[in-house]
Design a protein. Structure first.
Lengths: 113, 113
DNA sequence: TCCATTATTCAATAACTCTTGATATATTGA
DNA sequence: TCAATATATCAAGAGTTATTGAATAATGGA
């Protein structure tokens, strides 16, 4: 993943509706979820929903597949991982403090940053 | 770190000049670097430089400290870590594939995504 | 074929972001 | 105090992004 792809991915995620969409799709797992269900979950209506799902797909973070009348969206974990990996390794040079934050419980709750 | 802080941080990094500034400051380490040096390194002039450094500082990703005539900027690794940690843990639920990409060499070179 | 469902596209508008060049502020040394 | 250095701020303009409501397209069932 090169710099401009990373910027595209970060840009896609730097928006409330889209960040929530990704989170919802992560929970949905490999089965994915149809557009309407995602829209309902994050509270975005019809055209707005398509707009944001398209932005995530353009960035490569999710994929789409028609299934009868519905369009199923799924997280592309390899792409999300590549983006995070770029931040941690390429950008932060594998900094130990940054790496530590990737572990569960590191930055949670009261003690969090 | 809450959702809106994460969005602010992602938004700050989803820009070529600022992503390069952060990378430069990571390399500079704890000593940090003065604004002018950063601007020269990333190729941004005076006002543009201030604009982008301010954006990174507003997002909490870097700190500033006057030192005589210069203003020294430094990466706040805790904040960068918190952002990455949010993506990996809160947003991706600690997904194994995403976590694996945080390790050195995972997504480098030819085999990369 | 007709209708309902599901989702996308389009046009208009509002809001935000980035760049530029000019100006202003803070600090230091002569 | 004056000039030089280092940086920040301001105003205008171009470009981009997000929202809305209406219209369009694709699919499946009566």
């Amino acid at each position: 993943m090169d710099e401009s792809q990373v910027i595209g991915a970060l840009s896609a995620l730097s928006q409330e509706t889209r960040l929530r969409m990704l989170r919802y799709l992560v929970k949905a797992g490999p089965a994915g979820a149809p557009a309407g269900e995602i829209g309902e979950a994050v509270g975005s209506s019809s055209s707005r929903n398509s707009f944001h799902l398209n932005a995530l797909a353009q960035a490569g973070l999710i994929t789409s597949q028609r299934q009868s009348r519905r369009i199923i969206y799924r997280v592309d974990f390899a792409k999300v991982g590549a983006m995070v990996g770029y931040l941690v390794q390429d950008c932060c040079g594998g900094n130990a403090q940054v790496l530590a934050c990737c572990q569960p419980g590191c930055c949670d709750g009261e003690g969090g940053v």
